[in-house]
Design a protein around this ligand. Structure first.
Ligand code: GUN
Ligand code: FE
Length: 421
């Protein structure tokens, strides 16, 4: 049991940012016991880690990231989704068949993640089971809490990156799920059909059945790019929208928590279906900009009370920083408001911070806040390098961290009560 002392900032709701200057947040058995002005009587004798004038926020949640794509971030940003997948992504992911390559690349990704403000992540690996275990081993060792998906894909992809026997793919995925649940404490498996174009109906049926049997969460991509959406319509003529194609295949929140990345072009019907089924949106503004996908209506999703968090979507996105994802979300919302829809006002700092903490955190349970009962994920920020001639408010200092921070500003990091940096 211990307390952290400093300027404590957390979201209560999308509109309510709570700030406790010179406050205490208490951790008992990995769970927050709440935020206080002074230490309550029963905690008088616990250890206090005094972080002085530094900011203390909940750990940030990356709701959508591709670990094997970390290696080529910042490259191949001259294409739209489908060409980018064929020319850059699939050739790179194929390299993870070789465990020596996978180990080298995944170690670099995990090391950078350690020094980032991220404490939880929903991660795509590749279709290679052995390399996926390797990634899970590294994350587990680091103390990261993560869902990791062995990717399933069996059609419309190159021979060198395809599962060519569906029953074998399902058998192997089941075995990986069973082993992972037994083997890891911090890391959990997540069912991961890449997206409708690369998954046959038979594969989807097997994965839906697996979700029904295990109750595990699922992750995929939805309504990201106009050519992709048109392709899904051709592949699934029976479906009324892209989300309906997942729904008809039993992978749209029917048997477990489900998160869909992008949702740039979701129709009214698709939005309603996400709401009804409790499907989470992973808003990935930097990727949507880099791949010229578009601007997702994040403000509308918040106003409609959809479940929503932020994702870096490496390597569609080039930055691993979830602060950067917050800044990008705000910036693109301004363009959407100015250029596309004057009714959708720009996202506020409060809303962006909410999505990057409590909004995405909900996918992991009681995560992303310091309210009593939440898992204790905390990041201590040192902003002394950001010079300013005047004293700033704590809220302004947070705003500057969102726009200006890098890993040098991460002073300490706790995940589920354990100090890992
Ligand atoms: N859709 C299917 N696969 C991918 C991927 O790897 N990245 C992105 N951004 N979209 C996808
Ligand atoms: Fe993605």
């Amino acid at each position: 049991m211990f307390a952290l002392h400093g300027h404590i900032i957390y979201s209560e709701s999308k509109d309510k940012l709570c700030i406790k200057e010179n406050g205490y947040v208490i951790c008992e058995d990995g769970i927050s016991q709440g935020v206080y002005d002074t230490l309550p009587e029963q905690y008088k004798n616990i250890t206090v880690k005094d972080y002085g004038d530094r900011l203390i926020i909940p750990g940030l949640v990356d709701l959508h990231v591709h670990a094997p794509q970390y290696s080529f971030r910042g490259l191949g940003m001259d294409m739209e989704l489908l060409d980018w997948l064929n020319q850059y992504t699939f050739p790179e992911e194929a390299k993870y068949k070789e465990l020596t390559y996978a180990e080298k690349a995944y170690k670099q990704f995990v090391e950078e993640l350690r020094h980032s403000p991220t404490t939880r992540a929903c991660i795509f690996a590749t279709l290679h089971t052995e390399a996926t275990y390797l990634l899970m081993d590294l994350l587990e060792e680091m103390g990261m809490k993560a869902y990791v998906g062995k990717v399933n894909m069996d059609r419309n992809c190159p021979d060198y990156l395809r599962e060519d026997d569906v029953s074998e793919a399902i058998r192997e995925t089941k075995e990986w799920v069973g082993n992972s649940i037994k083997k890891y404490k911090n890391v959990l498996p997540i069912i991961t059909p890449r997206f409708i174009p690369s998954c046959s109906d038979l594969l989807m049926k097997g994965l839906s059945q697996l979700q029904k049997e295990t109750g595990l969460p699922a992750q995929s991509h939805l309504s990201e790019n106009p050519s992709e959406i048109k392709w899904v319509q051709e592949l699934c003529p029976d479906s009324t929208c892209y989300g309906d194609a997942y729904d008809r295949r039993g992978l749209f929140g029917l048997y477990g928590k489900t998160v869909m990345a992008h949702c740039v072009y979701s129709t009214e019907e698709e939005i309603e279906k996400m709401k009804e089924n409790g499907v989470y949106v992973a808003h990935c503004p930097q990727s949507n900009t880099n791949l010229s996908s578009g601007i997702a209506p994040a403000k509308k999703y918040l106003e409609r009370d959809l479940k929503i968090g932020l994702g870096t979507d490496l390597a569609g996105g080039h930055s691993i920083s979830m602060f950067r994802a917050m800044a990008d979300a705000i910036q693109v919302s301004k363009l959407r408001w100015r250029l596309l829809n004057t009714k959708e006002t720009p996202l506020t700092i409060e809303e962006a911070f909410f999505m990057g903490t409590k909004g995405g955190g909900e996918f992991f349970g009681k995560v992303g806040s310091f309210e009593k009962g939440y898992e204790f994920d905390a990041v201590v920020l040192d902003d002394t390098s950001l010079l300013h001639p005047q004293e700033l408010t704590v809220r302004s200092r947070l705003e500057r961290m969102i726009y200006l921070s890098d890993d040098r500003n991460i002073y300490a990091k706790y995940i589920a009560g354990c100090c890992i940096v």
